[in-house]
Write a protein that binds this ligand. Structure first.
Ligand SMILES: *Cc1c(COP(=O)(O)O)cnc(C)c1O
Length: 559
């Protein structure tokens, strides 16, 4: 490529710590958007020659494999994977003290190599090491498994163990980036190393918060912290940094980072309201363009916009591509998806019908079932021109409401049998996401504002000319131009509305726009539809990509 694999910033590294990471469907160390984002951070860093290293847990038994019964009941199976198939174990070993015992930690090295030749190492920490007690060998087994105590042990291994492992490996880091509060304990290890020099530690740390759901921020009782972590840091100091009542990992990271950000402009604002005494910036998420663009669109972009994968800004010139070729590329992706749906279910979808996709973690605020709120109106929409719906998503094993939501969706599927084709695909993962976001016509998103910090699957859809139809929350507030880049559902973020009014307006938009705008446009004004597909690529994908995001992290947070 003519570019030399030289570090841009200097030899010093940015150490990116994350509980989950999605490198491929075969490496089961992710549960959703947070992990996919971490994967895209690493992929873009490799492409852009950014001197970044990533640290995570090996999660050898995975998150879980989802099986769904005929009634939509979720059955969780272990989802093991074998690190030695993908990476090499390093000889270095470090220890951390947990419940008064020394726990040994080793690391596996996975290398993400880009076309430019630049490499980003990812270190997977593993406590399944000879000499550890059986219970300690399990600490890095299950992603988001176990109880509070298990989670705290994992966070000690990730934060404290991770810093020690980098030191052992002679990786000199000048910034430590905490991807969510799971890795905040790294800042405590840095405090210890700098003899409690808080301002020094702050100058080393960057923190990205990912959710406005207060309950999702890890908080540990100090009794548990003391039993598990011992007197690692004097309790009075710990309380002054992490909160008086419980050790709040978000607070700890906020207090020990010089640069803090939310993951979309609106999320930055919501976070500032949650933590008014902190300066919180916003860097809107993006997705890795090359990874999330399907084969047929890759071929098209290569032909008309060479260099697009390195410089996704070039996608703003999408109008140089003839409309027919856009449509053909889409038809190819849609055929692949419909074939896949028909191989994995007995729904029998067809290629011509307007296909709407909805896939994400099945948790209450994502509202998978919102479109079924008024079955009569949905029937009327269906009679207008025909639609088919594809869903997917796993519920966390302890998220009973999320599981109930999947079952409810199955009941609606039954209710509409013979009238509308509705599929729920089992075991949502990266490969399936890639098929869905490229193969549907419309990507639907109906979270309850302001719960969606950013969301990224709609950005993936845009890379494939798929049009977004979404509630105005997270990134969509920034990407949406009504009737140009897609369509909005419900009120704008600055409008003050009661929950009832919000819901009414959401349902009016959901059914009204489907019936009077989206369906007629798709079936009767295909030329205009193709224009909107191009706008999705030209005005969304050109901006909402992780190359742009990483340029901003480098210039605003890392340098
Ligand atoms: C992109 C992606 C997500 C994130 O989806 P959102 O709709 O942004 O929440 C979750 N899971 C998988 C497998 C993904 O590829």
């Amino acid at each position: 490529m003519g570019r030399m694999a030289q570090p841009r910033v200097e030899r010093q590294k940015i150490a990116y710590f994350t509980m989950e990471i999605a490198l491929s469907s075969e490496i089961h160390t992710y549960s959703g958007g947070l992990g996919v984002l971490a994967g895209d951070v690493v992929r873009s860093s490799a492409d852009l020659n950014i001197p970044l290293v990533a640290v995570t847990l090996v999660s050898k038994k995975g998150y879980f494999r989802q099986e769904l019964t005929g009634e939509g009941r979720q059955i969780e199976h272990p989802d093991p994977w074998n690190p030695s198939q993908f990476m090499q174990q390093l000889p270095e070993e470090v220890t951390v003290e947990i419940q008064g015992r020394d726990v040994r930690i080793k690391a596996w090295l996975y290398t993400v190599k880009s076309a430019s030749g630049w490499e980003v190492p990812v270190y997977f920490l593993d406590t399944d090491v000879d000499g550890n007690r059986p219970v300690d060998r399990e600490i890095t087994s299950f992603l988001y498994g176990g109880d509070e105590e298990y989670r705290l042990k994992q966070e000690i291994v990730l934060g404290v163990g991770g810093v020690r492992m980098l030191e052992k490996l002679n990786v000199a880091a000048h910034k430590y980036h905490m991807n969510e509060g799971h890795s905040s304990l790294l800042a405590l290890e840095l405090l210890r190393k700098t003899e409690m020099n808080i301002s020094r530690v702050r100058s080393l740390c960057v923190f990205t918060t990912h959710t406005p759901v207060e309950a999702a921020h890890d908080k540990f009782p100090y009794g548990l912290v003391q039993e598990t972590l011992g007197d690692f840091i004097p309790l009075n100091i710990l309380k002054s940094l992490g909160g008086e009542e419980r050790l709040n990992m978000t607070l700890l990271a906020l207090n020990l980072s010089n640069y803090v950000n939310g993951v979309a402009k609106r999320h930055g604002k919501v976070s500032r309201e949650m933590f008014p005494s902190y300066e919180i910036h916003a860097i809107t998420n993006g997705v890795h363009s090359y990874t999330w663009t399907c084969e047929s669109f890759k071929t098209l972009y290569d032909k008309y916009l060479p260099g697009w994968a390195h410089e996704p800004e070039l996608l703003m010139r999408i109008d140089v591509v003839p409309d027919d070729e856009i449509w053909l590329a889409h038809t190819a992706a849609k055929k692949k998806l419909i074939d896949y749906v028909n191989e994995s279910t007995r729904i029998g979808m067809d290629y011509e019908t307007l296909t709407i996709g909805f896939a994400r973690r099945a948790t209450e605020y994502k509202r998978h079932t919102l479109i079924f709120s008024d079955p009569e109106r949905l029937r009327r929409v269906g009679r207008r021109g025909g639609i088919q719906l594809v869903f997917a998503g796993k519920a966390h094993p302890r998220d009973y409401l999320g599981k109930k939501m999947i079952e409810e969706l199955f009941r609606y599927g039954e209710m509409f049998r013979g009238e509308m084709k509705i599929a729920y695909l089992e075991n949502y993962d990266m490969n399936m996401a890639a098929k869905l976001v490229s193969g549907v016509d419309v990507w639907l998103n109906t979270p309850l504002p302001p719960m969606e910090a950013s969301g990224t699957s709609g950005m993936k859809a845009a890379h494939n000319g798929v049009i977004n139809f979404s509630v105005l929350d997270g990134w969509w507030v920034e990407g949406w131009i009504e009737g140009v880049t897609g369509w909005a559902i419900g009120p704008a973020p600055e409008e003050q509305v009661s929950p009832e009014e919000r819901r009414n307006r959401e349902l009016d938009d959901l059914y009204g726009k489907l019936e009077y705008v989206i369906i007629p446009l798709y079936y009767k004004r295909r030329d205009e539809w193709r224009k909107m597909m191009k706008n999705s690529i030209g005005k969304i994908a050109s901006y909402f990509n992780s190359h742009r995001m990483m340029h901003r992290y480098v210039s605003e947070a890392y340098l």
